[in-house]
Design a protein around this ligand. Structure first.
Ligand code: SF4
Length: 371
């Protein structure tokens, strides 16, 4: 099973925490879409005939594109890759793009899952983040897409924002639970140097929360959402039964995927490839790519990293079978102190981090990594 990711690197306004590659100049959007059709054609053999089951439009802000333009990309991909009915077609949306008219057009496409970037239900926090919408507008956008018939919604939230923990975070969680969405992604804020928040931090006007606050807020998010029936199935992801993110879950399980668009990454089971992130260069074909072939050690580390970030964990049997008995033995030894401390739970040959301790997953992963 394989997936195709389409990257739309444009945003009307740049959020203060965001260091993804994107541009606020929307003029090259049309030429970009044309270049994406060309890239699909050139790379039609990349997935080695593996069946495409999921599509994902990410960014940036794909909801800046006309729904019909997104459907044309789906149609072109279908004609080139020969897939039938898809399991999941997701598009990331900004709440203020989801007007009545836009949503009605979106409902006439094959897109069946909307990922809505809400981040917070506190207007002061949304202003700090330089978001384009208010809390009330975000809630109304969710009601609007429901009325249009969308039955698979995911919402992004950010916690760990100085000044917006405690009651503010509680209100955000209550508000999102009231919406009854099928899936949630909750990310801890990281303040990157090149961002507006990074510049404010350099001037001493803003800063990260303490580790203790991070832990408390993570526990609050985990506790509230799991008590409401969501499964905490990956470090940052929560789903109602049957609504795990299929496209993203395929990444975590090492499936093949093709990334289309500037800055998009691809993986064919052996080689990772990434396209130039410059829109100007991408539009002036042919795009340039960087690539690396993954060694068995890289593949093993990748398996550990993605597996331990999920509720399923990793299997020493799989490590032995795919990467060698020596690696499995070394990993069992490295895992022993974490098992003794209760951070890793062992069930037969499987090891996993309990969801309430996902926050320390990076330290465990590092310990199990092969240098
Ligand atoms: S909308 Fe998303 S990609 Fe665009 S600036 Fe904000 S966080 Fe970054």
């Amino acid at each position: 099973m394989a997936g195709i990711y389409f990257h739309i690197p444009f945003c009307k306004r740049i959020c203060s925490y965001c260091d993804f590659y994107r541009s606020a100049d929307l003029r090259p959007l049309e030429p970009l879409l044309g270049a994406m059709h060309r890239e699909l054609e050139v790379r039609a053999g990349y997935l080695h005939g593996e069946e495409v089951r999921t599509l994902y439009f990410g960014g940036g802000t794909p909801s800046l594109c006309a729904p019909e333009a997104l459907q044309r990309l789906i149609d072109r991909a279908r004609s080139l890759f020969g897939f039938g009915r898809l399991d999941e077609v997701t598009v990331e949306c900004n709440p203020d793009d989801l007007t009545e008219e836009y949503v009605a057009r979106l409902a006439r496409t094959e897109i069946d899952r909307l990922s809505i970037g809400i981040q917070s239900f506190d207007d002061a926090c949304l202003r700090l983040m330089n978001r384009r919408h208010t809390a009330a507008e975000a809630a109304e956008a969710v009601h609007r897409v429901r009325r249009a018939g969308f039955r698979n919604l995911t919402v992004d939230l950010i916690f760990g924002v100085r000044g917006f923990g405690g009651e503010s975070l509680e209100r955000t969680l209550e508000a999102v639970l009231d919406l009854g969405v099928e899936h949630l992604s909750a990310y801890h804020l990281t303040i990157e140097p090149g961002t507006a928040l990074g510049r404010r931090m350099a001037q001493g006007l803003f800063g990260p929360v303490d580790e203790e606050v991070s832990e408390r807020e993570f526990a609050l998010v985990h506790g509230r959402l799991t008590a409401a029936g969501y499964e905490h199935y990956e470090v940052s992801n929560f789903a109602r039964p049957g609504f795990r993110a299929r496209h993203n879950a395929a990444y975590w399980s090492g499936a093949r995927y093709l990334g289309i668009g500037p800055g998009a990454h691809s993986f064919d089971g052996r080689e990772r490839r990434w396209c130039t992130s410059s829109v100007a260069e991408y539009v002036a074909e042919p795009p340039r790519y960087g690539s690396e072939v993954l060694t068995p050690r890289d593949c093993c580390n990748e398996y550990v990293m993605t597996g331990l970030r999920t509720a399923g964990g990793i299997s020493l049997g799989v490590v032995a079978q795919r990467f060698g008995a020596g690696r499995a033995q070394r990993m069992a030894e490295a895992a022993a102190p974490w098992i003794a401390a209760g951070t890793l739970v062992c069930e037969g040959e499987w090891m996993r981090i309990p969801a309430e301790r996902f926050l320390v997953s990076d330290a465990v992963i590092e310990a199990l990594f092969e240098a």
